[in-house]
Design a protein around this ligand. Structure first.
Ligand code: DUC
Ligand code: ZN
Ligand code: ZN
Length: 479
């Protein structure tokens, strides 16, 4: 009989496709055996009564990202990955933001320096393309895709980030040629500016007017346009943080036409609404994110998207700012208008419990879909599968032990992030991570961090199997 480093014994294993009683043998950070009565081990973890799941992969996380003058993001790589581990995640994919005029290599150097030696779980970067110069498109991106930076995000809104349609097409064309996957933040910049100016002129500056400045048509139009541009260039796209039915229907229609269009939604669109932005004084600022939370009908639509597979990934869009802080939500300028309140909310530690409780426990999705939406599909989409995202012989031993019966009232002190609040304060959830293991080592247990800073490693990724490389331009608009 072999001797394992670790044996996880007595649990119920669930993957994206199956649920079965099985022990797991682990050696050198990898799963080496699945079965019953596997033999001896240096360490035995008793998983009786627990679910044994692939560790969460959160493919949409912002850490240490510059967010405007005088504003500081609440999480760096240490605190963000610590909170991720507490919440049952074993890999996160933060963004590396290119600033205007900056080379992508310079941007990457900065983010690697920020992450090096700081992470508790594994990480890999998406590139935000803010300045698609000829040099970036022709030289840097092809080389970086070959080096394992195989996904880019583009923005259709925000000063300094928004790309023109022409620029979007250029980035998409490069993605098609190199086999990278493009993620799109779909909101119409001009429409937001127009509505914001009008609201401000009418003195409507409180945080809840943030929602009124970015109503559903702003997102629906941009989603439609992003899909159309991707169709012109014949490239797959992931529409991120979808918040409502109209955007969902654009994605569904594209999928039904056979286009490679994928969708992501997030916890805030399932359990928050625009009413949350109406808190007294500046309290609403705690919920300012983009797209904004909408209404109950939009929540139902997002559930439908998850149930029917229109959305293949469920991410946190963790983008944390402190609330009671002049460098956060209560920045002096933010008090003058919602326009200046930093956009984003924390959520890396609460993503899994919210989807499990509201989804699996309430019978909206089954356990296997939960695993697919929180781990497996992220790994598949972003070139990490089968090393990550599943429980199989040969995969990294990235595992979360889950207590399906534990009921917890979410409070900020449980989450160990760098923020000073959670938008989910007081939400009662059933189902909670009790142990998080990254490559065979326990990094969090019973709400305590037990891993070492710096154990988390940087992951070079394969090309997404959803993207395909089809050589020089053969796109519809040149035909
Ligand atoms: N977009 C994101 O992806 N995250 C936070 C803010 C935003 O607008
Ligand atoms: Zn975005
Ligand atoms: Zn985001």
């Amino acid at each position: 009989m072999p001797t394992f480093d670790t044996l996880i014994r007595g649990g119920t294993v669930a993957t994206a496709s199956d649920t079965f009683a099985c022990d797991i043998g682990i050696c050198d950070g990898r799963i080496v055996a699945l079965g019953q009565d596997l033999g001896a081990a240096d360490t035995v973890i008793d998983a009786t009564g627990k679910l044994v799941l692939p560790g969460g992969i959160d493919s949409h996380v912002h850490l240490s990202q510059p967010s405007g003058e005088g504003i500081v993001m609440a999480d760096n790589f240490a605190s963000g990955t610590r909170s991720a581990a507490i919440g049952g995640n074993t890999t996160v994919l933060p963004f590396c933001l290119q600033e205007k005029g900056q080379s992508l290599r310079e941007a990457l150097k900065r983010y690697h320096a920020l992450a090096e030696g700081e992470c508790y779980v594994d990480v890999s970067f998406h590139l935000i393309i803010a300045d698609p110069s000829e040099q970036v498109l022709g030289q840097e991106l092809p080389a970086l895709v070959a080096d394992g930076y195989t996904s880019f995000k583009v923005f259709m809104t925000y000063e300094g980030l928004a790309l023109s349609d022409r620029e979007m097409l250029e980035v998409m064309d490069t993605a098609r040629e190199t086999g990278a996957l493009v993620m799109v933040h779909a909101e119409n910049y001009d429409a937001i500016r127009f509505l914001t100016d009008r609201l401000e002129r009418a003195g409507k500056t409180a945080p809840h007017f943030h929602g009124r400045s970015r109503p559903i048509p702003v997102e629906r139009e941009a989603t439609h346009r992003a899909i159309s541009l991707a169709e012109l260039v014949d490239v797959p796209v992931m529409i991120v943080h979808v918040s409502n039915r109209e955007a969902l229907e654009e994605i569904r229609r594209a999928q039904q036409k056979g286009l490679k269009v994928y969708g992501e939604t997030c916890p805030q669109y399932l359990v928050l609404t625009e009413r949350d932005l109406e808190g007294l004084n500046m309290e609403g600022a705690k919920y300012v994110c983009s797209p904004p939370p909408r209404d109950k009908a939009s929540q139902e639509a997002c559930w439908e998207g998850l149930q029917q597979g229109v959305f293949s990934v469920f991410s946190s869009d963790h983008c944390p700012f402190r609330y009671d802080d002049p460098q956060g939500k209560l920045a002096p300028k933010g008090r003058t208008s919602f326009r200046w309140v930093p956009n984003g909310i924390p959520g890396v530690a609460t993503r899994l419990p919210i989807l499990f409780s509201e989804g699996v426990v309430k019978g909206r999705i089954d356990l296997n879909r939960f695993v697919a939406l929180t781990a497996t599909n992220h790994a598949r989409t972003y070139g990490l599968y089968p090393r990550k995202g599943t429980i199989a012989v040969g995969s990294d031993a990235d595992i979360v032990l889950w207590d399906p019966e534990r009921t917890v009232t979410i409070t900020h002190d449980l989450l160990q992030d760098g923020s000073d609040y959670t938008p989910y304060q007081g939400l009662e959830v059933t189902g909670w991570p009790v142990l998080t293991m990254v490559r065979g080592r326990v990094v969090a247990q019973e709400g305590e961090l037990v891993g070492e800073k710096g154990y988390g490693t940087y992951l070079t990724r394969e090309k997404s199997p959803l993207a395909r490389s089809s050589g020089p331009s053969a796109s519809a608009f040149t035909a």
